[in-house]
Design a protein around this ligand. Sequence first.
Ligand code: HEC
Ligand code: HEC
Ligand code: HEC
Length: 140
Amino acid sequence: MSKNKQIYNRNLIVAGLILFVAAITFPVWNYFMFSGEASTAPEIKLSEKALAAKECVQSKEYMKTEHMQLLNVWRDKVVREAKHTYESPNGKSYNMSLSSGENSCLGCHVDKAQFCDKCHTYASVTPYCWDCHIDPKEKK
Ligand code: HEC
Ligand code: HEC
Ligand code: HEC
């Protein structure tokens, strides 16, 4: 093989790899590029309870991109520091729990399937949390 041919082949492989990575991560960057506003994005329905509460534990913009990190912070506070109450920036108190307890994520977003799952399915993410935590819909 000539040197030029080798370089050509290498460029093809690199181009192929870039395409591959772009293809497998497409759902994630597609989601963030359109930040859920694109016509293809799922219609997320807020539960009656969430509608009544009007606001989340942080701003909608923050929650959209940071809710996973916030949940990790909540877990660490509960498990390592035995703290259970979260003070939101607007001075309200919430129950730091991934379960459906009153005033927690799923206590307010009571319809996990229509809210969390719908968005995750669209973004192709499958949080493993419910391997252990109880999905309120599964509780009899
Ligand atoms: C291997 C099992 C397991 C998995 C998987 C798991 N957790 Fe937990 N989690 C626990 C246990 C056990 C506790 C401690 C419960 C307690 O102290 O009441 C806990 C506590 C928590 C708490 C605070 C208390 C509560 O009841 O909610 C949060 C928040 C939390 N986990 C979030 C998460 C998130 C987010 C994920 C996924 C990214 C996750 N966990 C995955 C086992 C798990
Ligand atoms: C007391 C009710 C309540 C609690 C508790 C709550 N939320 Fe929210 N959440 C809302 C409301 C209301 C909105 C819509 C806010 C808006 O439109 O400004 C929202 C918005 C969101 C969004 C953005 C949705 C979108 O349209 O982009 C995410 C993600 C979210 N919440 C996740 C969570 C998670 C995770 C928790 C727990 C850490 C949580 N929420 C706790 C009421 C709540
Ligand atoms: C507006 C869309 C949207 C809504 C609504 C939403 N999520 Fe997410 N969630 C995402 C996206 C996108 C990711 C992946 C982000 C990433 O990989 O950085 C994610 C990731 C997560 C993760 C981390 C998963 C992992 O394996 O690291 C957890 C935990 C999580 N979401 C919990 C929730 C819970 C609980 C709710 C409902 C109360 C919820 N989410 C509602 C879009 C959403």
